[in-house]
Design a protein around this ligand. Sequence first.
Ligand code: ZN
Length: 118
Amino acid sequence: MAEDTKQSPESAEKLLRARIEGTGLWLGFLAFGAIAALLYAARDHLSHRFGMSFADILVSIPAFFAIFIIFPVQRWHTAFALRRYCAKHSHVLDEFTANDGRRVVMCKRCSAMLIGIS
Ligand SMILES: [Zn+2]
């Protein structure tokens, strides 16, 4: 097996970023599952007070929007983990204000965008 065992630092950081994003995606699914469990418990509690059909209606609205927690959680985790990685490896961070007025923190070495994290 003549496999290339040497990696350039750039490809190693791309691999790291992909791993971090994969972990963030699973954390997003975990958050979604936690919300689903909370809504199930809330439905049970609400069904005693208002009846099952009204409890179903009350819970269905947040249940629909719960799916949208996955990608923000992935983004937060990625920004957090990349910031920790850059701090650990003493990368120089560039901080500036973008055209839309948001504060942007960007790593000069691995080009990691760390938006809005202080
Ligand atoms: Zn960096």
